[in-house]
Design a protein around this ligand. Sequence first.
Ligand SMILES: Cc1cc2nc3c(=O)[nH]c(=O)nc-3n(C[C@H](O)[C@H](O)[C@H](O)COP(=O)(O)OP(=O)(O)OC[C@H]3O[C@@H](n4cnc5c(N)ncnc54)[C@H](O)[C@@H]3O)c2cc1C
Length: 416
Amino acid sequence: MSYSNLSQMNFELSSDQHRFLQKVDGACRSIRSHEEKCYLEERLNDRVVPAFGGIGMLGCPVSKKYGGLGYDMLTYALAIERIGQEGASLRTFFSAHTSIGQLVLQEWGSEMQKKEYLPDTASGKSIMAFALTEPAAGSDPSSMTTTFETKGDHYLLKGKKHWIGNGTFANVMTTYAKDPGSGKISAFIVERDSPGFRTEEMKNKMGLLTVKNAEIYFENCVVPKRNLLGKKGQGLKIAYSALIDGRISVAAGAVGVMEDCLQECIAHSKARKLHGSPLAKKQLIQDHIARIAVNIASSRWLVYRAAAARQKLHDYVEGIRSDDRPSRPGRDTKEYAALRYEADSIAAIAKFHASNCAFEAANSSVQVFGSFGYRKTARVARHFLDTRATIIYEGANEVLKLKIASQVLGDDYKAY
Ligand SMILES: Cc1cc2nc3c(=O)[nH]c(=O)nc-3n(C[C@H](O)[C@H](O)[C@H](O)COP(=O)(O)OP(=O)(O)OC[C@H]3O[C@@H](n4cnc5c(N)ncnc54)[C@H](O)[C@@H]3O)c2cc1C
């Protein structure tokens, strides 16, 4: 991995970006108590779409051309970090809708597909999801058994996905299916009201209780040919590129979680007196607090670097698109491969590090709170339950560790 481009990174925010982030802060505050109520009642927070739709957050990094605010990846990551303070449950809604939802369409969709789907998703009229995982294909999506066949002017999809965030209500999603003949995987845009499409809510989850995850059944589901995303056979390439955005959002959200844990621990440890002095004066409590502070600093830097690398990839793809020469370069250039490799690598490192740190921070925070941290009414308890999932999804951390190791050791040492 190269560090030569560090001097080109600019993390200064304009006054416009500051104003937008203040609006995000306001929206977070406005739904805070309702989010807690919904969490305890294990139901979707119905105020999220109106509150965040009203400030444009539902289309934050979507180009203005398609109804979004057109913000860069760093601004989006900072917004997700702030949302993460309200909990990984709320943040997961945005990751599913935008990071692995809209951005996949924006990056890989045709002009017609983007015009058809993005404006409604940016306004909140339509919500998105990303349906890749199957019961027998989680860490290894290439072993998926969902298939497609061509029938006249449409495709027929057969199979089952599970754990799909926003899946119980999303109006549109990308999904991935295999051609049984060639074994190659393609990506599709599927609408909720397609014939043969059915979802069931997954219940009894450990945490993330305001997110709705679904099992999705494709029972000869009819998908028009115009809804093939990218080219036939590009499905895994598209899915893995979506995961770059997903991982950055998990990492950014993890920083928010840690920030909230820190604030909660500071307030509680200063207020609570034990053995004649505030808990905050005890050295072993300070150890918890110092570790959280260090983990925030290291994770935040990784998130910013990942967002900057992802922005460069985005700018390159936009550059290809705006080039109208007949010989314009495609994504098969060395430059694209290098930019994608850089974004992919740093996003994996950021997600791995920040999600581990956030789980550790939430665990420490529960300890700092003692019994007061053991009820779901405590913010730190909810962070503890929710951050557990962040170590599993968007690439389980063992798989990311192997990916990082093979990037360091070279392809000949791939462990999987
Ligand atoms: C709350 C939640 C939300 C989710 N949301 C979505 C979503 O919106 N869309 C979607 O498509 N999917 C979603 N997922 C699925 C998620 O991406 C998968 O759970 C994840 O990829 C892991 O797959 P798996 O659960 O099948 O575990 P497995 O693949 O069975 O892995 C089990 C364990 O083995 C480890 N492992 C795997 N391979 C190796 C190896 N080679 N060497 C060593 N260890 C290995 C893994 O790290 C893991 O710890 C979600 C999952 C959860 C829990």
